[in-house]
Design a protein around this ligand. Structure first.
Ligand code: BDR
Ligand code: CA
Length: 311
C-alpha cells in the first residue's frame, strides 16, 4: 500500500476524507496530524480521534501539531462547521490516546525513517504543520513522494474572502513554503471541489448504508449542506477534502494542468489568493498540478462503496 500522512483540521469534509482513507486497503495511514484551522487545535485533534473510533480504528496514531499559523493569528470557520467543527452527529469523548510527539516532529521523523520517495503528504487544512517541518528540516523535502492538498482556486477565487480559499488564507506563508519547496505538489482547488456536491440522493446513499459510519457521515454532510444551500442556493455542499484521498485511489477521475502558482502574502485585499497561471500567460516555472475536473458520479460511487466497508 501507498504510505500516507493525513494532515487535517476536522471539519466534516476532513472527517469523510479520513474515513475514505481508513476504508481503503491501497493506503497505509502512518499517522494523522492535526492542525488548527476550521476550529482550534484542541478540537481538531479530538475530532480526528472521534473519526478513527467511528471507523473502528483506535489503533491509528493521531498527533497534535501547530496551534496557530506561522506568522498570523488563527482564523476559524465555525460559521461553516459549527462550534465543535463536526456539528451534525451526536459526538462523544474519544478514549483512544493522543500521541505525545508533536505532529511536526512526527512528519520529520517519518520522512527521515522511511525510504525516500515512499511517503505522500495529504493536506486537508492550513499548511502550517507541513511548512514548519519543511522549514525546520529541509533535508526531508526531497524525500517526499508527493504533496496532495485541498486548497486555493483559479477561477472560483474565494470562499473566506472574495479573493482567497480558506486553507490558504489562514496560513499563506505556509502555503508559499510548500508550493515553492520543490516537492511534487498536486492541488484540489475550489474549482474542482465545487463540482463534488453532496446532493440529496448522494446523502441518502450514505444513510442507506445502515451502518454506524454511514449514519455518522450522512449526519455530518447534512449539517454541512445546510450552510451552502441556504447561503448559495446550490443543490448541495461541496465535499472538498475527500477529493484528495480519492485522487490517490482513482487518479483517472481527475484532470488538471501542471502550472505556476504564486501565493499572495502581503496585500490586505487579496491575502491568501492563489495566483494560478492556468492559461500559461507567464513564463514562470511550473510548480504545482492544479486539478480542474472531476467525474463527480465516479467519485461519489467510490466514496459510498468504500464507506460501506467500515462498521
Ligand atoms: C476547506 O476549508 C475547510 O473549511 C474545509 O474543511 C476545506 O478543507 C475548503 O475551503
Ligand atoms: Ca479541511
Amino acid at each position: 500500500p501507498r504510505k500516507i500522512i493525513i494532515d487535517t483540521d476536522p471539519g466534516q469534509d476532513d472527517a469523510v476524507a479520513i474515513l475514505l482513507a481508513l476504508a481503503s486497503p491501497e493506503l497505509e495511514v502512518l499517522g494523522i496530524t492535526a492542525v488548527a484551522g476550521n476550529v482550534p487545535l484542541g478540537l481538531t485533534q479530538k475530532n480526528a480521534r472521534i473519526v478513527c473510533e467511528v471507523a473502528g480504528r483506535p489503533d491509528v496514531r493521531v498527533f497534535a501539531g501547530c496551534d496557530a499559523p506561522m506568522k498570523r493569528k488563527l482564523v476559524t470557520a465555525e460559521h461553516v462547521h459549527g462550534r465543535t467543527g463536526l456539528d451534525g452527529p451526536e459526538l462523544f469523548e474519544p478514549t483512544m490516546p493522543l500521541q505525545s510527539r508533536h505532529a511536526v516532529d512526527f512528519i520529520i521523523d517519518t520522512l527521515r525513517d522511511e525510504p525516500p520517495g515512499t511517503v505522500t503528504l495529504t493536506t486537508l487544512g492550513p499548511l502550517t504543520n507541513v511548512a514548519t517541518a519543511f522549514h525546520r528540516a529541509p533535508d526531508i523535502v526531497p524525500r517526499v513522494a508527493e504533496v496532495v492538498s485541498m486548497g486555493g482556486a483559479y477561477f472560483e477565487v474565494g470562499n473566506i474572502t472574495p479573493a482567497a480559499e480558506f486553507n490558504i488564507y489562514v496560513d499563506p506563508e505556509a502555503a508559499e513554503i510548500v508550493f515553492k519547496s520543490g516537492a511534487p505538489v498536486t492541488i484540489m482547488p475550489l474549482d474542482l471541489t465545487h463540482k463534488a456536491l453532496v446532493t440529496k440522493p448522494r446523502n441518502d446513499a450514505f444513510r442507506a448504508l445502515g451502518t454506524r459510519t454511514g449514519t455518522f457521515t450522512a449526519e455530518m454532510t447534512e449539517f454541512f449542506e445546510r450552510f451552502d444551500k441556504e447561503k448559495y442556493g446550490s443543490e448541495g455542499a461541496p465535499l472538498h477534502d475527500p477529493t484528495v484521498i480519492a485522487y490517490l485511489l482513482a487518479p483517472d477521475l481527475f484532470t488538471g494542468r501542471f502550472i505556476n502558482v504564486e501565493v499572495e502574502t502581503t496585500s490586505d485585499l487579496t491575502l491568501g489568493m492563489t495566483v494560478a497561471d492556468w492559461w500559461r500567460v507567464t513564463n514562470r516555472d511550473e510548480n504545482a498540478t492544479f486539478m480542474g475536473d472531476i467525474d463527480a458520479d465516479g467519485f461519489f460511487s467510490l466514496l459510498t462503496e468504500r464507506l460501506a466497508r467500515l462498521p
